[in-house]
Design a protein around this ligand. Sequence first.
Ligand code: HEM
Length: 143
Amino acid sequence: MSSYTPPREHTIPTEVELQSLVTTFYSDVRLDPLLGPIFAEKVVDWDGHLAKIADFWSSVMLGSRRYKGNPFAAHISLRDRLRPELFGRWLELWGNAARRTLAPAAAASIEQKAHRIAESLMASLLFKPTPTPSRASPPPALP
Ligand code: HEM
């Protein structure tokens, strides 16, 4: 007796699916009241930006190594505006777009990647160490 094995759902998106995810995501971002104005101010060449982001995700998900930039450096000039709520909104829009454009398992996998990257971006951009007490200004003497 042969047992039926359902086809495995693919967890790795194709290049074409990634393109469509990136296009969908940025059309939502551009309309978003929180994120839209930040991108409108920074991005002058939208075709170039979309191509770069598609390269980024192709490198992350498919190991294509097409992306040659540095995402941390690219966000430094935004540091004072990037509050955790904005990252939350970014991830919400990314998840919605992923579920609309990819198979469920691939959407879950790319959402998880985005969460990890957002966490490390946030940690490096938003972390402000508390200054250590300086020797030049000793703590006030105890009574
Ligand atoms: C609050 C959330 C975020 C905001 C407002 C934001 C905004 C931006 C903006 C305005 C740029 C264009 C910079 C420029 O061309 O001058 C950019 C670039 C980029 N962002 Fe974000 N971003 C956010 C989160 C993320 C996250 C979570 C990821 C990855 C998962 C990401 C990946 C990238 C990449 C790969 C670039 C291109 C960097 C390069 O120029 O090489 N961003 N982002």
